[in-house]
Ligand binder design. Sequence first.
Ligand code: PEP
Ligand code: MN
Length: 343
Amino acid sequence: MIIVLKRETTEADAKALLGKIEGIGLKSLYMPGSERTVLGALGDERVLGQLHLDSHPLVESVKPILAEYKLVSREMHPHDTVVRVGEHAVGGQEIFVIGGPCAVESRAQMVATGEAVKTAGAQALRGGAFKPRTSPYSFQGLGEEGLQILEDVAGELGLPAVTEVVEVADVEAVCRHADALQVGARNMQNFRLLKALGQCGKPVVLKRGMAATVKDLLLAAEYIVSEGNEQVILCERGIRTFETSTRNTLDLNAIPFIKQRSHLPVLVDPSHGTGRRELVEPMARAAIACGADGVMVETHHAPAEALSDGAQSLFPEQFARLMTSLRTIAEAVGRTMSLGAGT
Ligand code: PEP
Ligand code: MN
């Protein structure tokens, strides 16, 4: 329920009401605003009747939150959430671009690729150390060694590091090395992992499962936020459809849909969304045009040698061209985008 308090309500009055909401076993939320204070009551709302809030002298209105997801909904939180990754604000005016290889393969590979994406203006460096691969025979990632390489190279370049965490037992180690933790498509509904990330204190990039609806994605985000971590960035990465000409079908409908219903920032991953490097730039442009807050783009200094996802990885020159081309779109839709010194 959303409980809007009257203008004259003091902080002490609001806190007393919060105590009552908690006293009947509901989770309470305190949202002071410049005009009015709003309280939230989450849980089995039927018990709320016991408090007779409708007739409370300081309560202006009580309304249900219609969406199944509550904390991530715009009904509950009308303003955009801005998530900080390193020095960057994701979900504000500026477009956020994460570049880097699918997987961390070696220090030399991360240095070469990292320098290329940094020069082109990327705001963060990606690279998977724990790779969730469809086949057990494919490269599985370098594990902790990969985390250390990513941290070192990102640190030298002055970029925040983004990497995937695949299980609860690794959350602590990944937190020690990375600035933002990615939950991959195959783990979007690993609820124990989501809950652990709700307590990790770092930003989370939550990718949409390949067979998940937008509602499933928002409910997965709700798991993280309801454990106390509001720093969630959603990422559309394409879904499985009957179409076979591309690796996935990049669902750009989801972007304006999510932006209307949720306050969380949304990125698009056109690399996994298409599976083909020649489609990455047009789809990245389309993503920014339809309201995404940024993109995550796989890039490799030598894609032909990549141990994973080479066919969808951009060459460094392509990444640099993509950055300049995205800025044109960003400006056309009233956003800003900073480019590196090298372009
Ligand atoms: C990745 O980002 O490299 C990855 C494995 O993505 P997804 O989980 O979207 O398949
Ligand atoms: Mn990949």
